[in-house]
Design a protein. Sequence first.
Length: 353
Amino acid sequence: MFEELLRRWDGEHAVIRHDSESDAWMLVCLHSTRLGPAMGGTRLKSYEGPAEALEDALRLSAGMTRKLAVLGLPCGGGKAVLAVPDVPTGNARRRLFERYGELIESLGGSFVTGPDVNTREADMDVIGERTRHVFCRSTAEGGSGDPSIHTALGVYHGIRATLAHVDGSDDLAGRKVLVQGTGSVGAKLARLLLDAGAIVLVSDVDEERARATGGSPVPADGALELECDVYAPCALGATLNADSIPKLRCRIVAGAANNQLAEPEDGELLREAGIVYAPDYVINGGGALHGIGLEQLGWDADRLEREVAGIADTLTGIYRQADAERITTNEAAERLAAERLSGGGLGVSAPQR
Ligand code: PHE
């Protein structure tokens, strides 16, 4: 299974370490260093087995290459997964991140990481004790802090741009949005949408957490089948598949989760269903802009805000190209990424920043 996964993957290499103390698999996937060192978050999660974890990491790393290319950043793409028997806490957690920090350090800067599902500022601080190749440590430790507000803001701007493309107006007042997953990004997105006057349905496996957002909680089971203007997946990936797409009753899919499409063909199913899909790695780039922009590119807060708002224009361009060429929005996004990657993304085809 490992063999097949790596054979099919178009990335550069994966570094795999089994951590005997915790029985965790540390899987660092460097998908592309074409535009610069590989960058991407570290996901902490338990999986059915190491192969399932590797598959997730490989796919996520490819998404990072495209994400950072589309954003016009001088960075390659990678991703790491720490596949654990159980998500650790306390001292066991600290020690896991110390050893993981040593692994990152051994890669000599070819991979730079940041937070992702189940990892946060405090974990980045621990990694940072062993290596400087980490984004989003706490501000007290000299990092840029939690990026999730900027991921949420990017998705918010992206939802407005998608509404404008579909309806001619980006006004959120009275629009119904389903936010699926109210973790660090989903909860902040729900807040932004509520403040703009939207009707916000929230679902989460943890119902208390959903309720705390101020939105209207709906049961996680069957949430996808509710009628709404926008479905915003903000939990784990692959919620869009041959099974779920026929049941959707939204007009737009635009959310923060990575790897929303189970298969690339699912983009075609959405198009046939008349649903406009905001490609995940385009709309969710705000977190990467935060970490990389503030820490690597020397941006100030104003510049970051402008870049995050610019996600709206990138999406609008993608929708126009998809319409003009009668292709799916994910294909249009992929072409844009490929252009940046082959044109040496930092040359003539790079955006003015
Ligand atoms: N979780 C972020 C993402 O998927 C990863 C990230 C954060 C990468 C900060 C770089 C810096 O985009």
